[in-house]
Design a protein around this ligand. Structure first.
Ligand code: PAF
Length: 283
């Protein structure tokens, strides 16, 4: 496994791979790997000869009051896990390598960020779209793999790839869950044992919503009310949003017709967790 830190060397490496007619798959990460990340790497290995994993805690997607400084980091462990997954290259640039002091170009989407996480984190998706475009230009992948846990992020990347004509296939991989259903996230590390139990209420409310829709419920307001009371029955939770929306536009739906996306963000103590699930009417 190679470790590359400079963007120039990464571009040259990508050119060499492409000139041999081999394919590159990129898994963009902010490190602190868990099984969810490893499932993205496995998927990447299925579709390509050369797997590049980027590890960069991207400062532009954190607001000043967010957890950039305390975001969990463990590079040595990440490298050992990447080696086991037969990663070909770890691209690990320093901050200055991607953002010089003169940096001034950002990628902004007009509509998709104006919902869900974009409302409470107004600069988050601008940071994500910007860094992902930079990674695409540097690593020149044929495929890029993202988790469906960050459903809005995945929708935004797909739209950006279409709008900016990137010649890259975006692959979404299902959310990897703990055995009790909690979606894997690097931020789960912040939870103490009581909060860890409480955190399960996100998954439970999605499961309950799924069962309601399967039983014939089509009114998002009634489903959201039930999910709200389930979550609020747990101490130390505060709901950022619970939404039932169109998976393509991320806009609220008034009635569930065939299927819809339910997405939620909940603070458990100080830790903000997100999760989502497609709700489908029984046919
Ligand atoms: O999902 C993440 O870990 C990040 O948002 C990403 C896509 C690596 C961009 O920094």
């Amino acid at each position: 496994m190679e470790i590359i830190k400079s963007y120039k060397s990464m571009q040259q490496y990508a050119d060499r791979i492409r000139s041999k007619q081999e394919t590159i798959a990129l898994v963009p990460t902010m490190g602190f790997f868990h099984k969810g990340h490893l499932s993205l790497m496995k998927k990447a290995k299925e579709v390509s000869n050369c797997l590049v994993v980027s590890l960069f805690v991207n400062p532009t997607q954190f607001a000043p009051d967010e957890d950039f400084d305390s975001y969990p980091r463990d590079t040595e462990r990440d490298l050992a896990l990447a080696e086991k997954e037969s990663v070909n290259v770890m691209f690990m640039p320093e901050r200055e390598e991607l953002y010089s002091s003169e940096f001034q170009t950002y990628v902004n989407l007009e509509k998709l960020p104006n919902h869900l996480c974009g409302l409470s984190r107004p600069t988050f998706f601008r940071g994500v779209a910007t860094v992902v475009s930079k990674l695409f230009n540097i690593i020149k992948p044929h495929y890029a793999i993202f988790g469906q846990k960050d459903f809005q992020q995945l929708a935004i990347i797909r739209q950006m790839v279409k709008d900016l004509n990137f010649d890259i296939e975006i692959i979404g991989v299902p959310t990897f869950r703990e055995s009790d259903g909690l979606a894997m996230s690097s931020r789960n590390k912040y939870l103490d044992s009581n909060q860890r139990k409480t955190a399960l209420c996100l998954f439970q409310s999605l499961e309950k919503a799924f069962a309601l829709v399967q039983a014939g419920e089509t009114d998002p307001a009634r489903i959201i009310a039930k999910a709200t009371s389930l979550i609020e029955s747990h101490a130390k939770t505060s709901i950022d949003y619970i939404k039932i929306c169109d998976p393509m536009t991320i806009e609220d739906v008034v009635t569930i017709k065939k299927s819809a996306l339910m997405a939620l963000a909940v603070n458990v103590g100080k830790t903000r967790l997100i999760d989502n699930r497609i709700l489908e009417i029984k046919t």
